[in-house]
Design a protein around this ligand. Structure first.
Ligand code: ATP
Ligand code: MG
Length: 422
């Protein structure tokens, strides 16, 4: 096996190197530890000379004792243990490049049922690599003193990195875990790799298994795509291979949405609700509801998806000339901000666009100065009337009919008899 100790020492940042050296020392000193490896994406990225993400370690032996010792040596809090002998060391306050170190006990996995979570048992590093998604993600580099830098690569991932190729380890990989279809798209586009020639066939055979994934898992994978800088390319590819339609039949990315997303891709600071609203721009109400249902989406994400169709129903009114700001506010008050922003970017250049911009930039911030307490203080009785009067004042303020707090109080007082008479 080739030795990649060069990658551990000269190609890694100071922080990574410090962690690797602690791992080497601990594996020499702790009796219950038979092997320590960096595994998965970090190996792939070091070989490619790309900045790696977080550190994934696989320990053959006592991963708990190992991770506790590692946490202590780098000055981190005691690791959190999660399912099946997996430990997370949080390093965000300690390192700037690495926010966490995940330590797993080397394990074998088997799938009793498609798309279910696997059965897991403690095993060797070779088995730990066999359970992985793609050959390029199924390599390990030893950090133990005796074979520091040795590459463990039973599936020829190194060759596939050189050939720029994403390839599964076995033919039922996507059936076992259909989230790997999303992952294939992400790596292919992110790394500029090609899908291996058999992959398209394997993907089409197993794409229907996307149906068997829970809403949370599908949404999670979809949101990971949206969070990547190359999201446009990834969405295009997802559409091409039938992944979007497999998520929900009406899910597609319109030309205008793609154009807006590409224009934005230079700034990665777009928030998730905005991305969801732009991506689903153009879906009708039924299609949007189906996507929300499929994603089992929490309200914050769900409303970004259904808000476009909701806005589409009302937006034409905004083309009318001489609409008062209070009328604009009334039309838009129930519409999620993300959907309004999406319409500004992807909708037609009609007068409504200026109204939407005015609402986002100005109108929505205009609030009366008076509060319920002010109205109680001048003797208005407690009850729904307080809210109704504040609403009257809010509209007057929007339309420039009151300016000072005193004006607002006077207006409320003058309207009081009308409300009392109701
Ligand atoms: P990224 O840079 O996106 O974090 P990564 O390769 O580190 O890429 P992770 O999702 O962090 O990906 O997972 C770490 C490793 O765990 C992967 O490299 C792969 O070996 C393995 N892995 C993750 N998800 C799966 C999966 N669904 N099926 C099989 N192996 C997986
Ligand atoms: Mg990772």
């Amino acid at each position: 096996m080739p030795n990649l100790s060069q990658l551990l020492t000269t190609k890694s940042s100071v922080e990574y190197k410090r962690v690797f050296e602690h791992c080497r020392d601990i594996s020499n000193e702790l009796d219950g530890v038979d092997g320590v490896y960096i595994v998965g994406g970090i190996v792939r990225d070091l070989i490619l000379d790309r900045a790696p993400g977080d550190i994934d370690l696989s320990v053959v032996g006592d991963a708990k004792a190992f991770s506790q010792e590692l946490a202590a040596r780098i000055g981190a809090a005691s690791p959190d243990e999660s399912q099946f002998l997996t430990f997370k060391i949080r390093t965000s306050g300690i390192f700037s490049d690495v926010s966490s170190i995940d330590v797993v006990t080397a394990r074998a996995e088997s799938y009793a049922d498609s798309a279910a979570l696997p059965d897991v048992s403690v095993s060797s590093i070779d088995d730990d690599l066999k359970r992985r998604d793609f050959t390029v993600n199924a390599m390990a580099i030893s950090l133990a003193g005796s074979d520091w830098g040795t590459l463990v690569d039973p599936n020829n991932g190194f060759g596939d990195v050189m050939r720029k190729r994403i390839k599964v380890l076995h033919d039922s990989s996507f059936v076992d875990d259909p989230t790997r279809i999303f992952r294939a798209v992400r790596y292919a586009v992110r790394l500029g790799f090609k899908l291996d020639s058999r992959m398209n066939e394997l993907i089409s055979k197993s794409i229907a298994n996307i149906d068997r994934l829970s809403g949370t898992r599908v949404r999670n994978e979809f949101e990971l795509v949206l969070s990547e800088p190359n999201r446009v390319e990834m969405l295009r590819m997802s559409e091409e291979i039938g992944l979007l339609a497999a998520i929900s039949p009406g899910l597609r990315i319109g030309t205008k949405a793609l154009q807006v997303l590409s224009e934005q891709s230079e700034s990665d600071s777009v928030e998730l609700p905005d991305l969801l609203a732009i991506t689903t721009f153009g879906l009708n109400e039924d299609e949007a509801n189906q996507v929300v249902q499929r994603f089992d989406a929490p309200p914050a994400s769900g409303e970004s998806i259904t808000g476009n169709a909701q806005l589409a129903k009302h937006v034409a009114v905004l083309d009318q000339p001489n609409l008062a700001p209070s009328e604009v506010a009334e039309i838009l008050r129930e519409i999620p901000l993300a959907s309004i922003n999406a319409y500004i970017l992807a909708g037609p250049p009609l007068p409504r666009r200026d109204k939407l911009v005015e609402y986002v930039e100005k109108i929505r911030f205009i609030k009366p100065e008076i509060t319920g307490d002010d109205l109680l203080e001048i003797g208005i009785p407690q009850g729904p009337i307080i809210g109704q009067l504040i609403d009257v004042v809010r509209r007057a303020k929007l339309d420039g009919k009151v300016s000072t707090k005193q004006d607002e109080i006077e207006l409320a007082k003058s309207r009081l008899p009308g409300f009392l008479a109701k």
